[in-house]
Design a protein around this ligand. Sequence first.
Ligand SMILES: [Mg+2]
Length: 225
Amino acid sequence: MLSRINLALFSFILLSLCSSILYATEPQNLQITKDILGKYHDSGAYEQDLDEVGYQAQAYLAEVIAEQQKQKSKGKLAVVFDIDETVLSNYAYMQKLNFGGTSNEIVNLIEEGKSPAIPVTLALYQQAGKAQIYVFFITGRKDTAGVRKNTADNLHAAGFDKYESLILKPVNYKPTVSTYKTAARKKITDQGYHIVLNIGDQMSDLNGGYADRTYKLPNPYYYIP
Ligand SMILES: [Mg+2]
């Protein structure tokens, strides 16, 4: 008898919990969300937010450069850039897919290699180059011959034509993007470079250390864990 009451009570609590989780509030309508994403870009707010972070990174890099010029022995200072939504904008493709599409459709479009530069990070790249700071690109794009060529061509066309290394994710790499990117920065550090700045649009670009400062650019369009 007691166990039957307990079972009924347990079922009631479980049902209440589930329904409160599932039906607490109706999620925002998908089309409204897409409209907001479009307006965020079209109003200029996205670019303004990109600029705000980019200007902070430029100001910090200017301090590093000024400090470096005072030192007699110049170390091998380096800056790490992510690629997608950091130095290259894929917004036109995202809009074309109405902020949807399968991950394969998105990747196929992006890897065509026709994405324009993000002006504020192009300026940061040029600032590093002028001060002879080494530039590394670390991207989650898969390391196939075709993708490597298209990515290098796209970087070149967008004005990113001098860098130390373009690091792409090995095709069969299983751990997370964050683990891969951290290991790549560790390798750069082990080679004697000192990463002063790491900039990306995902926390998985930035977590894990091996950089003095990290800068997180806005990206409400997709999430890479
Ligand atoms: Mg990115």
